[in-house]
Write a protein that binds this ligand. Structure first.
Ligand SMILES: *Cc1c(COP(=O)(O)O)cnc(C)c1O
Length: 231
């Protein structure tokens, strides 16, 4: 990783926000640190990155403890298996972006309920939506999103704070933009139901973050544009 990569990307995000009349500070930039070494991550943190995100619990459990105190927030963005919930919660994620089924929310709730600590804190989550309809993607269908939120709202220790998606895997801007529009519209609709709760719209990665910002993203998740391509 070159130092300038991080600075360049932070500048690009800034410029993009300004060019669509948005406040740059309203857009949270997560560095997606999967496959990156602790030393690479520290370098990024020293160059202006504040928030990091991992997509596999097995990987996070090795790196996150080595980074505590160096980052402001740790987010979890990958598919979560029920047997990894306890481990993940022990790493104190600020937000779990990738909840797409009731059973896993229930497991989070149950695991927190079971803990011995006095001040049990609810976990903030986002609902992952499959906005592209691609079969390979995780996430609920847009039509199933409201129902899932309604069910999760009944759980005492799980709080839905917004929505997340991965845009279609294509160079065609129109198609990618449509995914983000779909998510934005769902978000606006849910925000009318839960105005204080629904705050985060997590969309946009290295190849499409500018489109996502134009469509209202307030969390973007960047890996390869910061660290170089993963092999
Ligand atoms: C890997 C990953 C990213 C970052 O992807 P890049 O294309 O490298 O920016 C973002 N979100 C999720 C959920 C990921 O798994």
């Amino acid at each position: 990783m070159q130092d300038s990569n991080v600075q360049n990307v932070l500048n690009e995000v800034y410029e993009c926000a300004v060019s669509c009349d948005r406040l740059p500070d309203d857009i949270k930039i997560l560095a997606v640190t999967k496959t990156q070494s602790v030393s690479h991550i520290i370098e990024a943190l020293e160059n202006g990155i504040k928030y990091i995100a991992e997509s596999r619990v097995q990987e996070a459990e090795i790196k996150i403890p080595a980074l505590v105190g160096k980052y402001e927030e740790f987010h979890f963005i990958g598919h979560l298996q029920s047997n990894k919930v306890k481990k993940l919660l022990s790493l104190n994620p600020v937000l779990i972006h990738s909840i797409d089924r009731y059973s896993i929310a229930q497991k989070l709730n149950f695991t927190i309920t079971e803990t011995e600590v006095k001040n049990k804190k609810p976990i903030d989550i986002l609902i992952e939506v499959n906005s592209s309809g691609e079969k390979s993607k995780n996430g609920v269908l847009p039509s199933e999103c409201s129902e899932l939120i309604k069910r999760i709202e009944e759980l005492e220790f799980v709080k839905v704070r917004g929505l997340m998606t991965i845009g279609a895997l294509t160079e065609k801007e129109k198609i990618v933009r449509k995914c983000f529009k779909t998510l934005r519209e769902l978000f606006e609709k849910e925000k009318r139901m839960y105005p204080d709760r629904m705050v985060y719209l997590s969309m946009g990665m290295s190849s499409d973050f500018k489109i996502a910002i134009e469509e209202g993203a307030n969390i973007i998740r960047l890996g390869s544009c910061l660290f170089g391509s993963r092999d």
